[in-house]
Design a protein around this ligand. Structure first.
Ligand code: PCA
Length: 196
């Protein structure tokens, strides 16, 4: 059982990114063979790096994580859209307005069983979301799913946005341990269902 977990470095006004701590803790505390990848928050390049790692290591499951400041719950993203569109620069200073990622389809859906997760998880701090935005998180998710679907690979892939883990100018947050336990439960449920 091989799992690839990806997280992001800080970006924009955020001086840290809790996704890095999250993937490190998952690697430390869980018993599966977990590989981690820290991405730079750069359009194009991050997705290429993620795809390269998937190609090299052929994991059974890829879960990517991003920070979504302002959200109140851990959000499983069901789809990635073929769009780059944000006022926020990436960490290389690039900005995109209403551009396509590739010549591929308009969007891809996750190959995880979303309904099963929705039914099995306490919905207090968990949500299913249909929009991963149109910034770098969506960019990486789209490239991962594109690679997996275009090559007909038997690799499960999902994206999870997490809120801040501490108080930040009155923005909503969830304590790290709550985020950790939720995400760990999501992984348990995926492994159980697919028996991977
Ligand atoms: N969140 C951003 C990119 C990096 C991250 O952690 C996003 O939601 O697109």
């Amino acid at each position: 059982m091989k799992i690839l977990l990806t997280g992001f470095k800080p970006f924009g006004k955020n001086s840290s990114n809790p996704t890095l701590k999250l993937i490190e803790e998952l690697k430390k505390r869980r018993k599966e063979n977990i590989d981690t990848l820290n991405l730079e928050v750069v359009y194009g390049l991050d997705g290429e790096k993620a795809v390269e790692r998937i190609r090299d290591t052929q994991p059974n499951l890829v879960l990517s994580f991003g920070l979504a400041g302002g959200r109140e719950a851990v959000c499983l993203e069901t789809r990635a859209v073929n769009s780059r569109d944000s006022h926020m620069r990436d960490n290389q200073g690039q900005i995109f307005t209403n551009e396509k990622i590739s010549d591929g389809p308009l969007f891809y859906e996750t190959n995880l069983n979303v309904e099963h997760l929705q039914k099995s998880i306490n919905l207090r701090n968990f949500m299913i979301s249909t929009s991963a935005g149109t910034y770098v998180c969506n960019d990486v998710y789209y490239q991962e799913l594109d690679y997996i679907y275009q090559n007909h690979l038997n690799i499960l892939c999902g994206f999870i946005h997490i809120p801040y883990i501490e108080s930040n100018n009155g923005m909503p947050f969830l304590e790290f341990e709550i985020v950790y336990q939720l995400v760990s439960t999501i992984i348990d449920l995926i492994l159980e269902e697919y028996d991977v």
